[in-house]
Every structure is written in C-alpha cells, then in structure tokens.
Design a protein around this ligand. Structure first.
Ligand code: AMP
Length: 284
C-alpha cells in the first residue's frame, strides 16, 4: 500500500489503474479506524480491482473547534490496518491540498441538510461534508463509493447530491458495526471514560426498544418514541426522531420503513445512532 498526499500523484496512479481497465472503489474516512471502517474497506476490496481510502479530518464539517481539536488522529496505525486489509492507496492530503488559498465553492443540499444533525451542528455541517465528498469523487472518479449506515443522514444527503448533480459514482451503504453490547462503533468512543462508556449503551437500547415496539404492532410514532425515550434518562439527549429514511420528514404513523435517529451527549462526547423500523403487516 502506498500513502499519497497530493491530488496530482493520486490522479497519475489512478490513470494507470484505469488504463489497465481496473474498477476503482473509494472509502472516504476521517481516520482513527475501527471495525466499521474495516467493513467498508473489506467490501471495497472484495468488489473492486483498486481500492482508495481517503483519510482527511475535514475542518469544514466541524462546527465546534474543540471537537475538531479533540478528534482522534492515528495515521500510522490507520495505514498499517489499511495495508493489512489490502487497500492499494491511502490518500491522506494536507488541508492545503483540499482547501488551497482562495477556495470559495460550497455544495449544499437544501432542506435535508437543515434538520436533525444539520440543526444541531449548524447548516455548515452537511455543506462541509458534501463539498469534501464532491471533491473526493471528482479527484478519484470511483465506480463505487462506500459509506456506513451509522451516519444515516449523511448517506441521505450524499445520495441526493449524487442524484441531483448527475455524479457517476454508485453509492453503496453498509450496515452499522456494533460492540457486543450494542454500542455503535465510532472514532469518538475512545474519548469515553469507563463510566460514560457504560452509559453510552443507552442509545442502542433506545433504538432496540423502538424496533421492538414497531415489531409488536405499534404504528404511532409518538408511542414508539416514548418506548425508546425511557432508555435515555441517563444521557443528555439532543434529539430522538422518527423520520422518512430518504426525505427525513417527521412521521406520525409508520406505514413503511422508517428511520429512528438519536443523538446524545455522554460526558464530553457527542454520539449518534439510528435504526430502520419495519412495521408489521396489517392482518387482512
Ligand atoms: P468517519 O471516519 O467517522 O467519517 O467514517 C467514515 C465512514 O465510516 C463513514 O461512511 C461512516 O458512516 C462509516 N462508519 C463509521 N462508523 C461506522 C460503524 N460503526 N459501522 C459502519 N460504518 C461506520
């Protein structure tokens, strides 16, 4: 595996891969790899001839300078893990390579970017995500780009951007990888104290309660939400919402697949998680 830091060098490498007729997979990341990242890399390795993993902690998507400063960074370990998984290129550019002086363009998906994560983290969050993902798709030109369902709203926003702007890449979404007790893996989990780590399981418990309620026939979103909310007493919940998985419009009644999304502060760490609810069919 080679680590590449400039767009020019990456394009030259990809030009050769394309000349050889190889398909290309891209896994965009902010590093501090865990088993969720590994699953995306494994899928890309299994499905594509050439695999590029990008590692860029994107300042444009952080609304909180403290969060950006505290974001875990471990490039040497990340590179070793990516190499072990058979990744061909780790693209780890400096900030000046992505945002050179005079950079002035922003890509924004209106509406979808303004609710839940967008409302909590500010309107610039998803604009920052979209702008950097658009750049990565332009730089790499992958056949398939791989994302995690863990960041469900990010997936919805990126899919909309790709559709609206006729971007040629296919977006593939992989399931959330969890700890044995249900906690969704996140690079931020390393910042949880042991007491906070124990409390953090509240998020996945709440989602499980919502799924159980839906599975036993509850279709009223308020009822499902109430079942979930009882598990969040020990954390500082920011939102618990039941929405359409594509438009993120709030739902009052569950008649098809619905997304239950939660965000909470656990000590100094902000965690998010989600699950797709399936209503039980109405007996006829
Ligand atoms: P990040 O480095 O946190 O920006 O994440 C890079 C990619 O990994 C994104 O597509 C995330 O959705 C995905 N990801 C993060 N955590 C998980 C997880 N627990 N399971 C599956 N994918 C994940």
């Amino acid at each position: 595996m080679r680590t590449i830091r400039t767009t020019g060098e990456l394009r030259a490498w990809l030009g050769n891969a394309r000349d050889e007729g190889r398909t290309v997979g891209l896994v965009p990341t902010m590093g501090a790899f865990h088993a969720g990242h590994h699953a995306l890399m494994r899928a890309a390795r299994a499905e594509q001839d050439a695999v590029v993993v990008s590692l860029f902690v994107n300042p444009a998507q952080f609304n909180d300078a403290g969060d950006l400063a505290a974001y875990p960074r471990s490039e040497d370990d990340d590179a070793a893990e990516a190499a072990e998984l058979g990744v061909d290129v780790l693209f780890a550019p400096p900030e000046s390579e992505i945002y050179p002086e005079g950079f002035a363009t922003t890509v924004n998906v209106a509406g979808l970017s303004d609710v839940l994560e967008g409302a909590e983290r500010g309107p610039g969050h998803f604009a920052g995500v979209c702008t950097v993902v658009n750049k990565l798709l332009n730089i790499v030109g992958p056949d398939v780009a791989y994302f995690g369902q863990k960041d469900a709203q990010q997936v919805a926003v990126i899919k909309r951007m790709v559709r609206d702007l006729d971007m040629p890449a296919r977006i593939e979404v992989l399931p959330t990888v969890r700890e044995p007790d249900g906690l969704a893996l996140s690079s931020r989990n390393v910042r949880l104290s042991s007491a906070d780590r124990a409390r953090a399981v509240a998020l996945s418990r709440a989602l499980q309660a919502a799924a159980d309620a839906a599975a036993t026939g509850e279709r009223d979103a308020a009822g499902i939400r109430a079942a979930a909310a009882t598990h969040l007493a020990g954390v500082d919940a920011e939102y618990l919402a039941i929405v359409d998985p594509e438009s993120f419009a709030p739902l009052t009644t569950i008649t098809g697949p619905a997304l239950v999304a939660v965000a909470a502060r656990v000590g100094p760490v902000r965690l998010i998680d989600n699950a797709v609810l399936q209503p039980v069919p109405v007996a006829t």
